[in-house]
Design a protein around this ligand. Structure first.
Ligand code: NAD
Length: 401
């Protein structure tokens, strides 16, 4: 049985290797460079070993392609393309639309289309299905389902196999076939009554994290104003065995999910006349953290950062990954530069970013730790500048939140 997975990034490639154990998989991606690399057996995604990819390619179970015609004849097509925000920071379904075009123009027989891209409730029913039908020249009746991806790249304890998966189809046949598909490589499947519930659950999970991160970021500012340790206070609160979940403060939220998905929920809420004030405000608080941190650093350094050399340590959006999407480091750097600081950054996991390379970890006037990878040596961070501000709470003996 042939299946196609549209988009070979974090989500699509991960699913592809799991599905390749059971199906013949075409990993379709519009980026030719990624396709060429994958067909050479080189994985660009953490958690997908190149050796695993190579053996799947060798056994004929997997091939990457940028040709729409290769999607033809697929019995299942999974959509795993980006769902970012537009320049106005509103939902942008351009990539989903392009994926629908590929599917609509190339499928010549009925197929099960499953969306894994994160989007607002109603996307499958009111956007994906009509778009695919619009791009098809034939009158094929496809089956449609949603199964939002929950993978957390770089995480060891939970993966594709043991993370419970939500799913629902537009028809009961679509639901049944979706269950049969994922049951081959997921231990726990959770059926919900409609695609809209699955779509909303995914958004709410990430909104829950965004709002709690904003709350703890605000609390970090309150704790500092009160002259108490935010970390000690959180640890104290966390001794309560129920009704509390510990989140830790940071320079802001990064990644493709937490800073983005809540806006999808807010946009659909407002489109239906429901308020999303809490979600919008949480986003503002998280974005403002970078400015708060730079104001603290400026104050500690005589109220002026002009011509000071500042080293930002860790520009990935979270530890132990090379992913810089929506990283809080970007805003921290912007605010430092607007204060006249001469900013460089150190992150050997990322290596190069925005045309700049990782700088050595020494010789700065000021060091700001935004993300601490496990491979970063605490002593070296401490020795890198006479003043070190740690936003992660992981480097002992520094200034911090
Ligand atoms: N990365 C995660 O941890 C994660 C977790 C849960 C959900 N999601 C969601 O999954 C979706 C995909 O995210 P990702 O992290 O895999 O993105 P990604 O950027 O890593 O990969 C997306 C891939 O899609 C390709 N692409 C773009 N447009 C295409 C098109 N029209 N046809 C074919 N390929 C196309 C890109 O070249 C890229 O390789 C998003 O909706 C995201 O919010 C991601």
């Amino acid at each position: 049985m042939k299946i196609s997975i549209i988009g070979q990034g974090y989500v699509g490639l991960t699913i592809s290797v799991f599905a390749s154990e059971h199906y013949e998989v075409v990993g379709f991606d519009s980026n030719q460079k990624i396709v060429d690399q994958l067909n050479m057996g080189i994985s660009h995604i953490e958690g997908v070993e190149s050796s695993r990819l190579q053996s799947l390619i060798k056994s004929g179970k997997y091939k990457a392609s940028s040709k729409g015609a290769d999607v033809q004849g697929s019995e299942i097509v999974v959509i795993a393309v980006p769902t970012p925000l537009s320049s106005e920071r509103e939902p942008d379904l351009t990539f989903v639309e392009a994926a629908c075009k590929t599917i609509g123009e190339n499928l010549t027989g009925p197929s099960l289309i499953i969306n894994e891209s994160t989007s607002f409730p109603g996307t499958l029913r009111n956007f994906i299905k009509p778009a695919i039908e619009r791009y098809s020249s034939n009158q094929i009746e496809h089956l449609y389902a949603i199964s939002p991806e929950r993978v957390d790249p770089g995480r060891g304890d939970f993966n594709q196999k043991n993370t419970p998966r939500l799913y629902s189809g537009l028809t009961s046949e679509a639901t049944t076939k979706t269950r049969e598909f994922y049951a081959k490589f997921c231990d726990t499947l959770v059926e919900v009554s409609s695609p809209e519930v699955a779509e909303a659950a995914k958004l709410f999970e990430n909104t829950f994290r965004q709002v709690n991160i904003a709350l703890v970021n605000e609390f970090a500012q309150i704790a500092h104003a009160l002259g108490i340790s935010v970390y000690e206070t959180l640890d104290a609160a966390n001794t309560k065995p129920y009704g509390f979940m510990k989140f830790t403060p940071s320079a802001g939220v990064g990644g493709h999910c937490i800073p983005v998905d809540p806006t999808y929920l807010a946009a659909v809420a407002e489109g239906h006349g429901a308020p999303a004030t809490f979600i919008r405000r949480a986003n503002e608080v998280n974005i403002a953290m970078s400015e708060y941190i730079v104001s603290r650093i400026t104050k500690d350094n005589g109220g002026n950062l002009q011509d000071k050399s500042v080293l930002v340590v860790g520009v990935a959006y979270k530890p132990n990954v090379a992913d810089v999407r929506e990283t809080a480091a970007e805003l921290v750097i912007q605010h430092l530069r607007s204060q006249g600081a001469v900013v460089s950054w150190h992150d050997d996991v990322v290596g190069s970013w925005k045309g700049e390379s990782s700088a050595p970890l020494h010789g700065a006037d000021i060091t700001v730790v935004v993300t601490k990878h496990d491979s970063m040596d605490e002593k070296k961070i401490l020795a890198s500048a006479p003043y070190v501000f740690d936003t992660t709470g992981k480097v002992k003996g520094t200034k911090g939140l």
